[in-house]
Every structure is written in structure tokens, then in C-alpha cells.
Ligand binder design. Structure first.
Ligand SMILES: NC(=O)c1ccc[n+]([C@@H]2O[C@H](COP(=O)([O-])OP(=O)(O)OC[C@H]3O[C@@H](n4cnc5c(N)ncnc54)[C@H](OP(=O)(O)O)[C@@H]3O)[C@@H](O)[C@H]2O)c1
Length: 325
């Protein structure tokens, strides 16, 4: 039995589907049962959905019973109320490690992040770095995965750009000089790596960078999204300090803001992967972030995009993602 935390999240529900389709029994630890029902309910196969909260260790102990490996995916990229980087990303990971140790579960795949480092001034990357430090010190048979930004039909990065483009006529603002580098990696490739790592002892004790085939600047990403949408916009570079008040206002006014101040800072941090385990270790051919693979963005409507940022359900975003095979 494989325990997946964050199982109804973006990566999580794709991973659960990949594992159960291959016949692996999965216990899916979920936070919000309604979201889990929408995303995992229709999946057939050997899946057990349990509710849990990484900040409440008493919910983790029963979830670990009879488990041979844990894939830990829970994290927050945007803080809400008490769901802070410290409580969820760091302490939540410590709680998962403690629960695994107490239950005698040895194998742990920890989803870290390219660039995560406890010494950095960026709070999100520091929290993910401290979490991985705790995993590395645990004595468990761990593997850490460090993807660059993950793209796919329900991502929160390229799709946010697509939705913002839908809402802006003629001109689109590019953050800063637009030269920050990313290496977008497809969600289907990421879940494939997780599935293969579970059975690959050579990955134990390793931190594995994961990226797509191309290193792209932020501006190149925007241009590819424009091409996918068949849209034309004049790109205007806006210095980060000028965007900060707008972003703060959005964070206050919108239940599901497209970007926050701490994520804005990350657009300045290089996010290219130094060693790409996806190609070097797993010998996979990663799916490129090119307009031909982004056709799903065309279904995003103006109304749907407004609803999305207001935190409402949208008709243009199906609950169950259809990954191309
Ligand atoms: N997406 C990317 O571009 C990217 C890139 C690199 C690394 N990563 C890492 O990949 C992992 C998965 O990311 P994702 O994009 O799939 O994120 P996601 O969609 O936000 O999924 C995170 C999941 O964590 C759950 N969660 C939040 N608080 C929880 C709590 N207190 N207890 C239990 N579960 C809780 C959420 O459940 P509810 O929604 O029900 O609250 C959600 O299902 C994260 O560790 C992230 O840092 C992501």
C-alpha cells in the first residue's frame, strides 16, 4: 500500500491515477473531502481515500498502518490564514516523517522544489529547504524530487498567465525584465518519475532535479502561451516594485489571487534545473512546453477566468483532468 499525501492536489490526483492504473494499492490522504470526491471519486481500482491534516499528527498515525512507502506531496505555495509555509511545508513534513518512523515505514519520496534551500531569504523556498533537511536527517530511505515549474491542464502557473491574458486587451505586462529562466516540466512526466522512483533503489538518498527539455525565459513562456491562445498582445515590461502594490491589492481582494508578493519574488530566482534526472537518470524524453501541447488553454473563457480568481468553480475547468496518453 502506497500512502500519497496531498492526493487530491494537482500532482497528487495525477499520481494516484498513474499508480492505481498500474494496479498499485493507494491510500489517498486528502484534506478537503469534496475536492477529493470530485478528483478521485470516479477512479476505479485499488484506492482508499482517508481524510487527514499534516498539522494534526493524530490523523497521520492511522494513515500509515500497512503502508510500504509514502509519497509526500502536501505543500502550500500561497499562504492562507493559519496555513503558513512554516506550519504546512516545514512542520507538516516533520509530522509526516515522525509518523512514518513511528509506524516503521522506511520508504519516503519527498516532493521538494528546484531551488529549495533553507538558507535562502525567500520564505517559500526556505520552508521547502528546511522540510527536505528534516527528511535527509530522518534516517529513512528517502528520495527528494526537485522539479522546476510543473505545467499541465490544471497548473497554477502557465494557466494563470493564460487566464490573465484572456482578461487583458491589447497590452500584457511582463514581470521585470522577463529574463528569469524556467524549465517547465510536464505533470505526466513528474508522476512517471515518482512512480519509477518508488521501485528504484538507486534513487535512495538522492535529490533529483526534474525539468522539461527547454530552458525558457519568463518572456518566452508568455509568448508560447500567447501563441497557444492565438492571441496578440504588446508585451510591456513592468518593474517588480511597481507590481507589488497591485499584487498586494489582489491578495486582499481575491479569494484565489493569481499571484502573491512572495511568489512575485520567485519570478526573479533562476529556476533552471542544474542536472535533469528525468533525462540523465530515468532516460525519459520530456514533453516540451510548446503551443501545440497547450491547446487546452483555449477553453479558458473570460468569465471562467474571473470566477477562478474569485475562488468559484468554473465550467471551463473540468474536475478530472484528461492527461494525453
Ligand atoms: N506545481 C508546481 O509547479 C510545483 C513545482 C515544484 C514542486 N511542487 C511541489 O509539488 C507538490 C504538489 O504540488 P501541487 O502543485 O500538486 O500542489 P496542490 O495542487 O496545491 O496540492 C497540495 C495538496 O496539499 C493539500 N493540503 C494542504 N494543506 C494540507 C494539510 N494541512 N493537510 C493535508 N493536506 C493538505 C491540499 O489539499 P486541499 O486542497 O484539500 O487543501 C492539496 O491537495 C508540492 O510539494 C509542491 O511544493 C510543485
Amino acid at each position: 500500500m502506497i500512502l500519497v499525501t496531498g492526493a487530491s492536489g494537482y500532482v497528487g490526483h495525477n499520481l494516484v491515477r498513474r499508480l492505481v492504473t498500474a494496479g498499485h494499492p493507494v491510500r489517498a490522504l486528502v484534506h478537503n473531502p469534496d475536492k477529493a470526491q470530485a478528483r478521485l471519486g470516479a477512479l476505479g481500482g485499488p484506492i482508499e481515500i482517508v481524510q487527514g491534516d499534516v498539522t494534526r499528527p493524530e490523523t497521520l498515525a492511522p494513515a500509515m498502518q500497512g503502508v510500504s512507502a509514502v509519497v509526500h506531496l502536501v505543500a502550500v505555495a500561497i499562504e492562507h490564514g493559519s496555513a503558513t509555509y512554516e506550519r504546512i511545508n516545514f512542520q507538516g513534513t516533520v509530522n509526516v516523517v515522525d509518523a512514518a518512523q513511528a509506524a516503521g515505514v522506511r520508504r519516503l519520496i519527498n516532493m521538494s522544489q528546484n531551488g529549495a534551500d533553507s538558507a535562502l531569504p525567500y520564505r517559500f523556498l526556505a520552508s521547502k529547504g528546511r522540510a527536505q533537511d528534516a527528511v535527509a536527517a530522518s534516517g529513512l530511505d528517502w528520495t527528494a524530487l526537485r522539479p522546476s515549474v510543473i505545467w499541465g491542464p490544471q497548473d497554477e502557473f502557465a494557466n494563470v498567465l493564460a487566464r490573465l491574458i484572456r482578461l487583458t486587451p491589447l497590452v500584457f505586462p511582463v514581470v521585470g525584465d522577463g529574463q528569469a529562466r524556467f524549465q517547465p516540466v510536464y505533470v505526466g512526466d513528474v508522476v512517471e518519475v515518482i512512480a519509477r522512483s518508488l521501485d528504484d533503489e538507486r534513487t535512495i538518498g538522492q535529490e533529483l532535479g526534474l525539468g522539461g527539455p527547454d530552458v525558457l525565459t519568463y518572456e518566452q513562456i508568455v509568448r508560447r502561451v500567447l501563441a497557444a491562445l492565438g492571441a496578440r498582445r504588446a508585451l510591456v515590461h513592468v518593474p517588480v516594485p511597481l507590481l507589488r502594490p497591485v499584487v498586494k491589492l489582489m491578495a486582499l481582494a481575491l479569494p484565489n489571487p493569481p499571484v502573491t508578493a512572495s511568489l512575485l519574488d520567485l519570478l526573479k530566482v533562476d529556476n533552471a534545473v542544474p542536472h535533469n534526472a528525468l533525462t540523465e537518470h530515468f532516460q525519459m524524453t520530456p514533453r516540451p512546453f510548446v503551443p501545440e501541447n497547450l491547446g487546452y488553454m483555449r477553453r479558458f473563457s473570460r468569465t471562467g477566468s474571473i470566477k477562478r480568481f474569485l475562488g468559484q468553480r468554473t465550467a471551463d475547468e473540468p474536475d478530472i483532468e484528461l492527461l494525453p496518453s
